[in-house]
Structures are given as structure tokens and as C-alpha cells.
Design a protein around this ligand. Structure first.
Ligand SMILES: Nc1ncnc2c1ncn2[C@@H]1O[C@H](COP(=O)(O)OP(=O)(O)O)[C@@H](O)[C@H]1O
Ligand SMILES: [Mg+2]
Length: 353
């Protein structure tokens, strides 16, 4: 019994050392320690007792007897309390593991979303910078070329100087062509718009954020139109925009609060409404929330709403924010019905001309 108990304890200790955060191995260490204690107390009872009596050490046995009984009782008490504790803690432990996994999944999805967003912002910023540089190079090149032509036409130049002037003019023309090609390349990069269901995009965003809802204890009221709301959308862009609006509501709403998302359509407009029961936006900052880099949060960049506005306007839509201090915020995004018409997959320039 002692050998088995000690084997149990050493195995449990080995498992515990491999993963100290595992509740089951904790439990096994306590249980097998009790088992070892119990086996020793049994040895005292079953082997030492007859030996002591046979050798005439009755007095010593009388002294040890209650100690052995107490050790037994203590062991039973220990096993019972460790087991009760384990029964209580184990479901909690499983829940923590499940939630850790969920958080990892959310993180992976958010990282993917952020990467999409960063690529988008970087692409646009680079393209806009490229266009600015192109503009700055083209103008001086054109001025130099024209000035040289004028000098050539008016002044009497030696054949050698005239040759040099002509080569400057040629180089300027080349430079202008390079800049034109570069500009054409940037402007011809296009985002792809497809005729897709907006409700599907909303559902995707809800799936992405629903774990955050449950972790923060927020309630969701989702009321999507019964019929699909198809219109020409750049799915990834719209996803990013709706995600940002919902993120702001999640950030702003206290646990127990409500976030409502609805989509409707009439003959003129498709409307998406997102409201929350957060603290609202104070009047003094309401005008600034669409300014790039305006934020009231730590560790945030304030690029959410400017980007949302840009994306909505690329879909020919409007965004309106109503907010009452202490009551909450409602963001209404609407798209004209013209944009709803069935069209083939279609594309628009990455950089609006
Ligand atoms: N639903 C909302 N409730 C309260 N304040 C909001 C809400 N949405 C936006 N805001 C305010 O607008 C600011 C700008 O938002 P945003 O451009 O998304 O930037 P960020 O979220 O990075 O701060 C936020 O810092 C916040 O003060
Ligand atoms: Mg934001």
C-alpha cells in the first residue's frame, strides 16, 4: 500500500511539474499525499500494534493508538475537503480555459482585421504621397523645359550651347513622361465593388465581436431586414467601417449596457443604425470626432471615424451621429438607392480623381 501510494505521489508530482497551471494535477498531488499519509497510519494500526503488544510494549501502543486514529481522521478530512474544493474549482477551471481559447480566437481575428486596415491605410497614404511627389516633380520639369525652348528660340546660341539646351529639353520631356506613367499607374489601381448583401457583412461583424459582448457583459439587439439588402459594396472596406463604429460603442458602453444594430430599406435608401447606451459624446467634442487623430482614449489613434466617413462616402453614402450626454449615441449610415441597383462587378479608383 505504501509503495503504491508513493508511486501515485511521484507520478502526480511529475505531471504537476510539467504543467503547474493544471487544476487536475494539483488535485492529484493533494489526493496522493493524503493516500501516502493514510497508508502510513494504516501501517501503524496493522503492523506496529501486534508487534508492540507481542513484545510487551503495551504502554507505547496506548500512546500511539490515538495518534494513529487522529492521523486517519485528518486524512479523511483532507481528502474530503480537497475533493469538495476540486469539484467546485474544476468547472471554473474549464470555463477559464474555454475563455482563454475564445480570447485567442478573437485576437487572431482582430489581428487579421487590423492588418487589413493597416494595409488599406498604408496603400492609400502611399498613393496620395506618390501623387503629391509626382505633382511636385512635374511642375519644375515643365518650367525648365519651356524656359529652355524660349531661350533657344530667342537667343543666338553657339551650336554647342544649343545642343546642350536641346538635351535638357529632351531630359525634361522624359521626366514628364515618367511622372505621367507613375500617376497613371497610381490612379489605375482600383478597389473592387460587388453586388452583395449588407446584412451578411453586418452578421460577420457581429460574429467577430460577440465574444467581446459576452466578456464585457453587453446586450445586443440585432434587427436586420428580413430580405437581403444587396447593393454594390467593397466588402472589406465596409467591414472595416462597421467594425469601427461597433468598436466605439463597445468601448463606450458600460457592462450591462445595450448595443442595437438595425438595417432597413425603403424605396430611396438603405439605412444601417447602430446605437449604444454609453455616456454619449459631449457637445464640445462632437465637431471634432471626424478629425484625423482626434481621440479621447488612451492608446488609440483617433483614425476610426475619419476612415469610416471616407469609406461611407466612397459608397456614396452619408453618416450622421446623434448623441445625448448620459443617454447614448446613435450612428446612422445611409446609402442612396441608386447604389443599390444590380450591376456587374465593378471597380472604382483607389484614389478618387
Ligand atoms: N459610441 C460612442 N460613444 C461615445 N463616444 C464616442 C463614440 N464613438 C466615438 N466617440 C468619440 O469619438 C472619438 C473619436 O473616435 P474614433 O475616430 O473612432 O477614434 P478612437 O476610437 O481611436 O478614439 C472617440 O475617442 C470618442 O471620444
Ligand atoms: Mg474608434
Amino acid at each position: 500500500m505504501i509503495i503504491l501510494a508513493i508511486r501515485c505521489l511521484t507520478t502526480s508530482l511529475k505531471l504537476y511539474r510539467i504543467n503547474r497551471e493544471n487544476a487536475l494535477w494539483h488535485y492529484m498531488v493533494w489526493l496522493s499525499s493524503s493516500y501516502v499519509m493514510y497508508s502510513f497510519s494504516r501501517v501503524v494500526g496493522h503492523i506496529v500494534k501486534p508487534l508492540l503488544i507481542a513484545t510487551g510494549h503495551l504502554e507505547l501502543w496506548r500512546f500511539l493508538d490515538p495518534l494513529s486514529g487522529s492521523l486517519n481522521n485528518f486524512t479523511f478530512f483532507l481528502v474530503a475537503s480537497v475533493s469538495l474544493f476540486f469539484i467546485g474549482i474544476y468547472p471554473l477551471y474549464l470555463k477559464i480555459i474555454r475563455e482563454e481559447r475564445q480570447i485567442e480566437e478573437i485576437n487572431a481575428e482582430l489581428t487579421e482585421m487590423n492588418q487589413e486596415l493597416e494595409t488599406l491605410v498604408a496603400e492609400r497614404t502611399m498613393a496620395l504621397m506618390g501623387l503629391t511627389v509626382a505633382d511636385q516633380v512635374r511642375n519644375p520639369a515643365a518650367v525648365i523645359g519651356c524656359t529652355c525652348k524660349r531661350v533657344l528660340a530667342k537667343d543666338a546660341l553657339t551650336p554647342e550651347t544649343a545642343g546642350k539646351m536641346n538635351s535638357i529639353i529632351d531630359e525634361c520631356k522624359k521626366l514628364e513622361t515618367v511622372v505621367e506613367n507613375f500617376e497613371y499607374l497610381l490612379r489605375s489601381r482600383r478597389s473592387i465593388f460587388r453586388h452583395e448583401d449588407i446584412n451578411e457583412v453586418i452578421r460577420g461583424i457581429i460574429t467577430l465581436t460577440e465574444k467581446e459582448f459576452s466578456l464585457k457583459g453587453l446586450h445586443l439587439d440585432l434587427r436586420l431586414s428580413q430580405h437581403p439588402l444587396k447593393m454594390n459594396i467593397e466588402r472589406n472596406l465596409l467591414r472595416v467601417a462597421l467594425f469601427h463604429v461597433i468598436r466605439n460603442s463597445i468601448d463606450a458602453t458600460q457592462p450591462g449596457g445595450l448595443i442595437s444594430v438595425a438595417s432597413t430599406a425603403d424605396s430611396d435608401t438603405i439605412t444601417i443604425t447602430l446605437s449604444d447606451t454609453g455616456p454619449g459624446i459631449p457637445g464640445e467634442i462632437r465637431e471634432k470626432i471626424f478629425d484625423p487623430f482626434f481621440t479621447t482614449k488612451h492608446h488609440k489613434f483617433g483614425m476610426g471615424l475619419p476612415l469610416v466617413k471616407q469609406i461611407v462616402s466612397e459608397h456614396l453614402g452619408d453618416i450622421m451621429i446623434q448623441s445625448e450626454k448620459g443617454k447614448g449615441t446613435t450612428v446612422t449610415i445611409s446609402f442612396p438607392v441608386r447604389w443599390k441597383e444590380t450591376q456587374k462587378a465593378n471597380s472604382v479608383p483607389l484614389i478618387p480623381s
